[in-house]
Design a protein around this ligand. Structure first.
Ligand code: MTE
Ligand code: MO
Length: 420
């Protein structure tokens, strides 16, 4: 009988019990709620409703209900929300694994369902566990391996989040009272006491046949918490410059700066990686094509540099959870480019920005009118007092306050105002 995982006696760790499970559950309740909120914010920040350019999610329907024009203030907004989303998600991995480990005997519980209500609850648990694993795995793969699901990460992670969160909400409503009771009992001191009576309804997590402990409960909590802190400590640095970034050993860019000097800040994809050649970006070859109601204008880089140039101090904040501090960008205001093709700067519309890049993700992006109109939104030619490097988007790249990095198109070739 003990050989069978459906027997409670099979599971011998003395750590399992309502207290350990409830403590981890409460931490996850708070943490996952923040992940869900910052995840939805990230989705909104991506301008998915300017589809089908930025987001090709089919039939998002009512799940797009909360979308709103992402603001341009404060300029570090996305740096904060996405830094929290990714860093917290990584730091919660040990808590999640410990929580799943603490309840794994339940997976083998027999009979599989005692009643319709019980069957429904177990189905919601399937969605809960499957959903949480799916979200964590797709999220971590995405930040570590750079979009291994070409073009489809957004719909997968987005729909996965909704399925998971629905099951999570059901689970919290059903289990919160028990968790609170278990933690109360712990505070009143008898957490190490006898296991609560095993009801037929809810078999206890406490092993009827516990093995010798190899770690105390307190020790186990420190182990899980320490694991979280270690992950936090080796990730969070990717949001800061200088020596701090080097502590981000787990970050996809290994915490390294790509060099020194004005262009020596984090690069997502290099010009070589995106197939951008020196020939097509040369002064002779490259022209920016801007289109609007008044027609189309073609501008060389030298001609762009003759237009009024403005500066703005803005960060790059990648959806993958790394960011830079403010860089000094200099270039032509997007609203001034709109004015060149027949829109008053104050009423400039959305714009479609297309890159020279022919293959791979982020060739084009749609910016909303509020982003176009902001005086700090630039088609940048220079950064930190120097010409843009090829890897940062030479001859010209977009930079918009508070926008996710993906909207800051590099190697811009074409801008179309209106018509989105
Ligand atoms: N054409 C093009 N623009 C692009 C990208 C790209 O792959 N191709 N990557 C985007 C992403 S995901 C980010 S985070 C920023 C990074 O800018 P940086 O490499 O100059 O730091 O550029 C954005 N612009
Ligand atoms: Mo990015």
């Amino acid at each position: 009988m003990e050989r069978s995982p459906s027997s409670p006696a099979f599971w011998r760790s003395p750590l399992r019990g309502p207290w350990f499970t409830s403590l981890l559950g409460v931490v996850l309740l708070a943490g996952i709620t923040v992940l869900f909120a910052t995840g939805l914010l990230s989705y909104a920040a991506y301008n998915p409703d300017l589809s089908p350019v930025n987001d090709k999610t089919p039939d998002k329907g009512v799940l797009g209900f909360y979308l709103f024009p992402w603001p341009t203030d404060p300029p570090w907004l996305y740096r904060l929300t996405q830094g929290v989303h990714v860093t917290l998600g990584i730091a919660l991995v040990p808590v999640l694994l410990a929580k799943l480990w603490s309840v794994v005997p339940r997976l083998f519980q027999l009979p599989p369902a005692r009643s319709v209500a019980h069957a429904l609850e177990r189905l919601s648990l399937l969605l809960l566990v499957g959903g949480v694993l799916f979200e964590f795995v797709t999220g971590v793969l995405n930040i570590q391996l750079d979009y291994v699901f070409p073009g489809s990460f957004y719909p997968l992670h987005f729909y996965g989040a909704w399925v998971f969160f629905a099951a999570f909400a059901v689970h919290v409503v059903l289990r919160a009272p028990t968790a609170v009771r278990n933690l109360r009992r712990m505070r009143t001191g008898d957490e190490e006491g006898a296991p609560p009576p095993v009801s037929a309804e809810e078999p206890s997590l406490v092993s009827p046949n516990p093995a010798e402990p190899t770690v105390s409960r307190r020790g186990a909590v420190w182990l899980v918490g320490g694991g979280s802190l270690l992950l936090l400590g080796t990730t969070v640095g990717q949001n800061f410059d200088g020596p701090a970034r080097r502590t981000a050993l787990l970050a996809p860019h290994g915490g390294a700066e790509p060099g020194s000097g004005p262009n020596g800040f984090q690069i997502n994809k290099t010009a070589a990686a995106r197939g951008i050649s020196a020939a097509e970006t040369s002064e002779e070859a490259w022209r920016l094509v801007v289109t609007g109601p008044a027609g189309t204008v073609r501008l060389s880089r030298a001609e762009l540099a003759q237009l009024p140039l403005h500066s703005a101090a803005l960060p790059i904040a990648c959806v993958e959870g790394w960011s830079t501090s403010d860089q000094w960008w200099r270039g032509v205001r997007l609203r001034d480019l709109a004015a060149l093709v027949g829109h008053a700067p104050e009423t400039a519309p959305d714009v479609l920005v297309e890159s020279l890049q022919r293959h791979g993700a982020f060739r084009r992006a749609a910016l909303r009118a509020n982003q176009v109109r902001d005086p700090r939104s630039l088609l940048a030619l220079d950064v930190n007092g120097e010409r843009l490097s090829p890897d940062h988007g030479y001859p010209a790249r977009i930079i918009v306050p508070a926008a996710p990095g993906v909207l800051n198109t590099k190697w811009v070739a074409r801008m179309t105002f209106g018509e989105l």
